[in-house]
Design a protein around this ligand. Structure first.
Ligand code: FES
Length: 125
């Protein structure tokens, strides 16, 4: 087994993800999976007047995937849908204080789930 050296921020969010959970009657949901590792993330968003007012996630995955999920939820809250879509995986990596190179791909789960949740929201509107 390979042991990775994670930043304090990754470890904090992995051990105590404050946005873990679901939203009752969400405005949109997005589910994505990584075919290689098998990790899955489901994102729930609540949108009011085009602002994402709440975001929660359920992630079956590695420490990085859970940390990226948690930080994404924090970052999108309070943003317009359009501004939320401008968030990149590099933004999330920076907020987390970096992740080991083999774990960079895990950030895609969060960004892709956001895009799917927004797509779902726009379809439901
Ligand atoms: Fe699968 Fe991190 S190893 S998303």
């Amino acid at each position: 087994m390979i042991a990775f050296k994670y930043s304090d921020e990754v470890l904090k969010r992995f051990r105590n993800p404050k946005n873990a959970g679901t939203i009752d009657k969400p405005s949109g949901t997005g589910t994505v999976g990584n075919r290689t590792c098998g990790d899955i993330m489901e994102l729930f968003i609540r949108v009011v007047d085009n602002i994402i007012v709440d975001a929660k996630f359920k992630t079956l995955g590695c420490a990085a995937a859970i940390s990226f999920s948690d930080v994404l939820c924090d970052v999108v809250k309070g943003k317009t849908v359009d501004d939320a879509l401008k968030i990149t995986k590099d933004d999330l990596v920076e907020i987390l204080g970096g992740v080991p190179a083999p774990k960079l791909h895990c950030s895609l789960l969060a960004v892709d789930a956001l895009h799917k949740a927004v797509e779902d929201y726009l379809k439901r509107k």
